[in-house]
Write a protein that binds this ligand. Structure first.
Ligand SMILES: O=c1nc[nH]c2c1ncn2[C@H]1C[C@H](O)[C@@H](COP(=O)(O)OP(=O)(O)OP(=O)(O)O)O1
Ligand SMILES: [Mg+2]
Length: 199
């Protein structure tokens, strides 16, 4: 049995405005009162884990302790097959301190060269932690292929170069509601809701 989220405020333990927006949209039907880590002035912990789940857990624990509230963290990234899963957990770091995702996408494309295998996936680990140290984690994935040049200005991060399987538009071209029907974040979120938001 998973720990249930009862009610009251939930900290969104992310400093990425694109993620905070998407998590807010996914949580909207549940009437949860959310507050972002940025709004609370929480530090951005160093991501020392070697997996998405480990990094989500450490971000959720840090925020739950600091805010003395339940906290939901997301660790996610793009894993490209012909790059052995890179950039993976380093997806944010590939964009550098200036968070330059145009440069990060160009780096992915350069590293891929003319590989005939364009497959990749977005992975999302969600961790819901409480101040007493209990934590529940969930993983989601969406398969797709890398396209070049990037297309679209919706979404964030690597969205303009990611075309989900079975679709002809990138996440950068897709309406947010449509991305929420299939994204890695939505996939993980549905598992979180089933386990922790059921009454
Ligand atoms: O739906 C997505 N669409 C496009 N790109 C995405 C997505 N999901 C993750 N990504 C990429 C960009 C992001 O910067 C990195 C996650 O890195 P990650 O450390 O989990 O997040 P972050 O440092 O940006 O914010 P924070 O750690 O405060 O939540 O992977
Ligand atoms: Mg991060």
């Amino acid at each position: 049995m998973s720990r249930k989220f009862s009610d009251g405020r939930l900290v969104i333990a992310s400093h990425n405005s694109g993620k905070v927006r998407e998590i807010g949209e996914l949580l909207a039907p549940f009437g949860v009162e959310v507050v972002s880590a940025g709004a609370l002035g929480l530090d951005e912990p160093e991501e020392t884990g070697t997996t998405f789940v480990a990094n989500a857990e450490l971000k959720a624990h840090a925020a739950a302790k600091a805010a003395n509230l339940p906290a939901l963290a997301d660790d996610s990234g793009l894993a490209v097959d012909c790059l052995g899963g890179d950039p993976g957990i380093y997806s944010a770091r590939w964009a550098g301190p200036g968070k330059d995702f145009a440069a990060a996408m160009a780096l992915v494309n350069d590293r891929m060269g003319d590989s005939p295998d364009r497959r990749g996936r977005f992975v999302c680990a969600l961790a819901l932690a409480w101040p007493d140290g209990v934590c529940e984690t969930f993983e989601g994935v969406v398969e797709g292929e890398m396209v070049w040049p990037p297309r679209g200005a919706q979404g964030f991060g690597y969205d303009p170069m990611f075309q989900p399987q079975g679709h002809t538009v990138t996440f950068g071209e897709m309406e947010p509601a449509k991305k929420h029907e299939m994204s890695h974040r939505a996939d993980a979120f549905h598992k979180l809701v089933a386990a922790c938001f059921q009454r």
